[in-house]
Write a protein that binds this ligand. Structure first.
Ligand code: HEM
Length: 476
């Protein structure tokens, strides 16, 4: 715990045997709290950056937004990757975009980028939209029995239906078939099982242990399920000349183009790995964004009414139909979703691995190759300098005029720079569609005793509240 002092980098006092972390066995705020406290402390002291310790691992934190910009964008060549190593042979499904580095990352990112253009999103919109009817029907049926509904659970079923349909080209129909295999495997990845907790701990906190023992994140059963599924879907479509507006179709078109140009295309295993990250990166982030949005709207009835007014008047303009164009024209909806992502960024921090020694400009500090760099999205989004009255939900913060008043790199729900979330357009389209369809049909209120300030799962990297999230739902 002398590493940073020896390098003239400000650090925090009070290090314990856990470094600056809470006791991992009794944590209340997890890494979200660790990074957010560090940011607030460095900022209070007027520091542009600081160093902290995860157990004994020294990690670096830029605080000043100019430095954040250098790390994420301008000096990207020093901070290209997320700093995770994967062994493709041992963990085939983990060799996906998020985990890849260097040339391998660049080549897959270049191949995948054309699948997320606004033109491709427009094509996929109908496939997504088909999943909204079961959602609305389910809620209509359920409120006859009880008006207090667990929206967190309902929106997770909806999001999984959308992702399974748009990414894997299948219908999971979780409202009718709650025990579908996707749900079972989804729970293995997201539900904070011991395996996932251990994996997360080793990846973020004890990477040196990860070099000695191989901690497997995914069970062999889950790996086989996803790889065989992709193989079967592709083979079925090829043999039966089936075309569908989804990512599998886009992957198959990429393969055709690559063959025509004599280039290598993605293997089935590579497609399965990319589909798997779309599933994991897109699922909880999108479903929790909708859940938190409804939570805020239920406590802010004036904002809910204003948004509903925009949705209904837009639908009238488009003959009662929610089209891609109608959705994209809803400006207030855009502000509401952005404000939701400010207060509840899907992931509370960004991570980069330093790939070669980096001299922090205008200082004598060198960040050594191999050092992990953490940026606290959570704390930046609650920094009163950029977001006065930060705990209050104010969508107008994101009007064009108000956004221009803030410096760049202070709104980071999707990350920034070349490694910005590739699925951003899809995630926004999905969350906006869900919210628009729900507000058009239902009113939402908090259940009695519901606290406005939520408690969050400490061990999760994604932001998710503890337990359920129930709201009173009333059909209009
Ligand atoms: C509201 C929804 C979403 C949020 C808040 C979100 C957030 C993020 C964040 C913070 C990152 C890390 C960026 C960085 O390191 O700078 C990321 C990366 C990524 N996201 Fe998303 N995401 C969302 C939806 C999606 C969806 C729907 C997909 C896929 C269909 C997706 C696929 C990915 C992938 C593949 C990466 C890794 C990109 C790379 O390293 O090149 N995300 N996302």
């Amino acid at each position: 715990h002398k590493y940073w002092a020896q390098r003239n980098v400000p650090s925090l006092g009070n290090t314990s045997i856990f470094g600056n972390m809470e006791n991992p066995l009794r944590q209340k705020h997890g890494l979200r709290g660790t990074f957010s406290n560090a940011y607030n402390e460095f900022k209070k002291r007027g520091e542009i950056h600081g160093g902290l310790y995860l157990l004994t691992q020294p990690v670096y934190m830029p605080v000043d937004h100019h430095l954040v910009k250098l790390v994420l964008s301008a000096d990207f060549e020093y901070f290209q990757g997320h700093g995770f190593k994967v062994d493709e042979q041992k963990d085939p499904l983990l060799a996906h975009l998020f985990n890849l580095d260097g040339e391998q990352w660049k080549s897959i990112r270049t191949i995948l980028t054309p699948t997320f253009t606004s033109g491709k999103m427009r094509i996929m919109f109908n496939t997504l939209f088909e999943c909204t009817q079961p959602l609305v029907d389910h809620i209509s049926d359920e409120i006859v029995i009880s008006q207090a509904l667990n929206l967190k659970e309902i929106l997770s079923c909806f999001t999984m239906d959308v992702i399974v349909s748009c990414v894997f080209g299948l219908q999971s129909n979780l409202f009718k078939n709650p025990d579908a295999e996707f749900r079972k495997y989804g729970k293995q990845v997201f539900a904070g099982s011991l395996r996932i907790k251990l994996y997360t701990f080793v990846k973020f906190v004890l990477p040196s242990l990860g070099k000695l023992i191989h901690v497997k994140k995914l069970s062999a059963e889950l790996e086989n399920f996803f790889i065989n599924l992709i193989r079967d879907v592709i083979s079925y479509r090829k043999h039966n000349n089936v075309e569908r507006k989804d990512f599998i179709q886009l992957f198959m078109e990429l393969e055709k183009k690559a063959k025509a140009n004599g280039r290598d295309s993605l293997t089935v295993q590579q497609i399965a790995a990319q589909s798997f990250i779309f599933f994991t990166a897109g699922f909880e982030t999108s479903s929790m964004t909708m859940t938190f949005c409804l939570h805020e709207l239920s406590f802010n009835q004036n904002i809910q009414d204003k948004l509903r007014h925009e949705i209904k008047s837009t639908l009238t303009k488009y003959n009662g139909e929610l089209t891609y164009e109608a959705l994209m024209s809803m400006q207030y909806l855009d502000l509401v979703i952005r404000e939701t992502l400010r207060k509840y960024p899907g992931i509370s921090f960004l991570v980069r691995g330093c790939s070669k020694d980096y001299n922090v400009p205008n200082t004598t500090v060198t960040i050594e190759k191999g050092t992990k760099v953490y940026i606290s999205t959570w704390a930046i989004h609650r920094d009163e300098e950029f977001y006065p009255d930060a705990e209050t939900f104010i969508p107008e913060r994101f009007t064009e005029e108000n956004s221009k008043k803030r410096p760049g790199f202070t709104f980071l729900p999707f990350g920034e720079g070349p490694r910005i979330c590739i699925g951003q357009r899809f995630g926004l389209m999905l969350t906006k569609t869900g919210i628009a369809m729900l507000l058009n049909r239902f009113k939402f209120h908090p259940i009695p005793d519901q606290k406005y300030n939520l408690d969050f799962e400490p061990s999760a990297v994604n932001i998710t509240n503890k337990g359920t999230l129930k709201l009173i739902v009333e059909e209009i």
